[in-house]
Write a protein that binds this ligand. Structure first.
Ligand SMILES: Nc1ncnc2c1ncn2[C@@H]1O[C@H](COP(=O)(O)OP(=O)(O)OP(=O)(O)O)[C@@H](O)[C@H]1O
Ligand SMILES: [Mg+2]
Length: 219
């Protein structure tokens, strides 16, 4: 399966934006993109849901259930949202859905849920799904204070599970980065021995205006 798995240092760090930028870049190059998110929560909240932005960015014709097999209203961790809905997330079903989504697409762009150690089900973390999908990891992270520790922890957990960390993307990267932000970028690259890219503030309404964020080459 060609593609990426976009994780992050936590929740609300820019996973959807980074995944959308990659999906858009592929689509703009004429590739057929499939997007996937194992579980979406918080559908009760107003605004565009993650799977909707991913679909729009990738120009995909997938239905909601094809992108995100588990969808919940409350903004809770997926295992809790599932429990509240009286069900359990089934890892087998997730893998089947991801493979089905990939189908005849040229590339699959997956977004995780929260960070790598978020449980999807009992004994099944987002990390386990990334291992099972065998896709290179993209780590979305904030540019500012606190990001070194969060990013290096994420890289260490990923590598400990045998995963390839293809790139860290700092987002949204300011037009005039501060000393701290510049230093964070260099420090993560040096200590994490990882490629670090940046993504500027995007106008999310207009994918046509976004800069390219190419699929990382397989190492
Ligand atoms: N490059 C960017 N351009 C514009 N907005 C950004 C950018 N990076 C992050 N954001 C903003 O930061 C917030 C969090 O981003 P996003 O929704 O992608 O995070 P997430 O990690 O996917 O969150 P969740 O854990 O809920 O899935 C959003 O309001 C998003 O618009
Ligand atoms: Mg998201």
């Amino acid at each position: 399966m060609r593609g990426v798995f976009v994780t992050g240092t936590g929740t609300e760090v820019g996973k959807t934006v980074v995944a959308a930028a990659i999906a858009r870049t592929l689509a703009a190059a004429g590739e057929k993109v499939a997007v996937f998110k194992p579980a979406v929560t918080g559908l009760d909240d107003p605004g565009e849901a993650d799977h909707e932005l991913l679909r729009r960015a990738g120009g995909s014709a997938q239905g909601d259930a094809e992108i995100a097999p588990y969808r919940y209203g409350p903004p809770a961790s997926p295992h809790l949202a599932a429990e509240t809905a009286g069900e359990e997330i089934d890892p087998e079903r997730l893998l089947e859905a991801a493979c089905a989504a990939a189908g005849d697409a040229d590339a699959l762009v997956c977004e995780g849920v929260g960070g790598l150690l978020v449980p999807l089900a009992e004994d099944y973390l987002v990390l386990d799904l990334t291992v099972d999908l065998k896709l290179p990891l993209v780590v979305a992270a904030s540019p500012g204070l606190g990001t070194i520790n969060h990013t290096l922890l994420t890289i260490e957990v990923a590598r400990g599970a045998g995963l390839e960390v293809a790139v860290v993307v700092l987002t949204p990267w300011p037009e005039q980065p501060s000393l701290i932000e510049e230093s964070n970028r260099e420090t993560i690259a040096a200590i994490g021995e990882v490629r670090v890219e940046t993504l500027p503030e995007l106008d999310l309404r207009d994918p046509g205006s976004w800069p390219a964020l190419p699929l990382p080459a397989r190492g």
